[in-house]
Structures are given as C-alpha cells and as structure tokens.
Write a protein that binds this ligand. Structure first.
Ligand code: 5RP
Length: 232
C-alpha cells in the first residue's frame, strides 16, 4: 500500500472520529498526520457553526488548530476534557497502544488521562498482535544523567535503547526532555512494563498507553471499523 493510500485510510478514520464531537465540548486534540485530518474536519464543522474548544497536545497541533479556526483553551488552566482524539503507532488486541512517534507523548498522555472519553484513530497497518517488534517504544527522559537512565531501561526491558536524533542533534521535546526509542521484540505485559518504567528515576513518561482507549477507529481498505471498548 502506498503512503498516499494509507493517508486516505487515516483521513477516513479521522472523519468518523468527528462524529463524536458535539456542541459545547472541550476536545483534546492529538498530534500527527492522522490528527492533522481531524483538525481539518473539526475546522470545517467550526466554520459551519459548531461551538467547541480544543486542548492541543503540541505546538504543531496548536498552530494547525488556529489555522483551522478552532478556538483553544488556556493549557495552563484547569480543564475538563470531554473527548480526546488522537492517533497511535501500534494498537494491540486489548486496545493498548504505543504512541510517541511524533515526540508528543507526554502532553498526549496527560490529555488522554484527563479526558472522559479517549478515541484512537489508526490505519489498519498499526494493528498488531503484540506491541513492540516493528515499532520501538518511545520513552521521554530527563537530559541529566540520561545515559544511566537508559542503562536502567535496557536492563529492565532487555531491549536496545537508541537516543532519538533530529538533523544530527538529540531531539528535544517541548518540555525540554530527550526521547529514547527502545527496540523490544515483544511487549507481552504492557501494563506491568509501564508501571516498572515509570519507577526508574529520570523517566518522565512512556509511550505505552495501557487501558486508556474507549473507542478505536480503524481505516481499512474495506471501510472504517469502529470498536467500543467495554469499561473494566
Ligand atoms: C505523536 C503520536 C502520534 O499519534 C503517532 O505517532 C501516530 O502518528 P500518525 O498519525 O502520523 O501516524 O503519538 O506523538
């Protein structure tokens, strides 16, 4: 499948996600190429008179939301998010995710955690039987002593840790942290791994989103499939 066709599947999923948006809602706005389609679609609704406000998960998303005419709320204020809508890099059969390919995982997790409803939009190639393998797990770490934090991550995961670079220099997140991408063959117990990683000093947040998805929207060549995850 070409990247253009995959992008069309992301767009189809994003257009279905917009059906969950209602007047008066505060919406958590995800980051990435799928979220970009979402912002365009919400912008269209806003121009048609829909009253919503957004909480952006990155500066890139904030800029796109402004371009689309979506009003944003002050992100340093206390908020109540009705629905957060975001993409993902991998989804397993229990609707657990790997996120953070775009480096926005910290804000994305804060927003997903504080939303009443978390909707995930993906194209079908993101669905995997077990997390890990083809996609490394992004982990946001504090720059101070990052090498020893990485060593602890390596010892825990038995994975290979690679410091994320952009244009030949270490990638810095919006919060000024680093990202290490951890190559792990398979993540059989994502919940346990997330908890253990968060106990390592220097780890700010991980790209594992466990037990957070309420609705999964998957764009496939046969059409868009929507799964509602029962609350545990
Ligand atoms: C950014 C993310 C994105 O949601 C994830 O990388 C998916 O991106 P895309 O929609 O471009 O495939 O987690 O931090």
């Amino acid at each position: 499948m070409t990247s253009e066709s995959l992008d069309n599947l992301k767009k189809a999923a994003a257009f279905r996600a917009v059906e969950f948006v209602r007047d008066g809602m505060v919406i958590g706005l995800g980051t990435g190429s799928t979220a970009k389609h979402l912002l365009a679609a919400i912008g269209e609704q806003v121009r048609a008179g829909r009253k919503v406000r957004g909480v952006p998960t990155s500066q890139e998303t904030a800029a796109l939301a402004r371009e689309s005419g979506i009003p944003l709320i002050d992100t340093e204020d206390r908020w109540e998010i009705d629905v957060a809508i975001d993409g993902a890099d991998q989804v397993d059969p229990d609707f657990n995710l790997i996120k953070g390919g775009g480096g926005a995982l910290l804000k994305e997790k804060i927003v997903a955690a504080s939303a009443k409803h978390f909707i995930v939009m993906v194209d079908y190639t993101k669905q995997v039987s077990v997390l890990g393998g083809s996609f490394p797990l992004p982990i946001e770490v504090v720059p101070f002593g990052w090498g020893s934090t990485a060593r602890e991550i390596e010892a825990l995961t038995k994975g290979r840790v690679v410091l994320r670079n952009r244009n030949g220099v270490p990638f810095k997140t919006e919060a000024g942290h680093l990202i290490v991408d951890v190559h792990i063959d398979r993540i059989d117990r994502p919940g346990e791994l997330e908890t253990a990683l968060n106990l390592i000093p220097g780890v700010v947040e991980t790209g594992l989103f466990v037990g957070r998805t309420n609705t999964l929207i998957v764009g496939t060549p046969q059409g868009v499939h929507i799964f509602h995850v029962p609350r545990k």
